[in-house]
Design a protein around this ligand. Structure first.
Ligand SMILES: [Zn+2]
Length: 131
């Protein structure tokens, strides 16, 4: 028994809200990059290489920031899919329940608090096998 119906509805709303916020952020990133490329005063180059300009625009974007946002967008999509498939709120490591407070703070969370802590520890300090 994972989440109550009311909690699921709340999570659905939270996830969609956050998703919309990130999509808006991505949109801003693209617009910012466009402004930087064409100058502040609207001095758009009289160029006929539209396709090339779009390709440049994408490569000029802050890739780290962009991929972080895209990653979160994908994670939220996956969370939404899990929510529909009734697997939402179950820890992928121990199969236990993820606390609802944790889900409201981290809607895309895959692990319960304890497993996440272990996961991050392992991730932050890649342990070399002690043989
Ligand atoms: Zn767990």
């Amino acid at each position: 028994m994972a989440l109550r119906k009311k909690q699921k509805l709340e999570m659905e709303r939270l996830i969609k809200e956050r998703r919309a916020a990130i999509a808006a952020e991505l949109q801003r990133d693209v617009e910012k990059a466009r402004e930087e490329q064409y100058g502040e005063l609207g001095g758009a180059p009289a160029s006929d290489t539209g396709d090339q300009a779009s390709a440049d625009l994408l490569s000029d974007l802050d890739n780290a920031e962009l991929s972080r946002d895209l990653d979160e967008l994908r994670a939220l999509d996956a969370a939404l899919a899990r929510l529909m498939g009734r697997k939402y709120g179950t820890c992928v490591d121990c199969g236990g329940e993820i606390a609802f407070e944790r889900l409201t703070a981290q809607p895309a969370a895959l692990r319960c608090f304890d497993c996440q802590r272990v996961h991050e520890k392992t991730f932050a300090h890649p342990s070399r096998a002690k043989l």
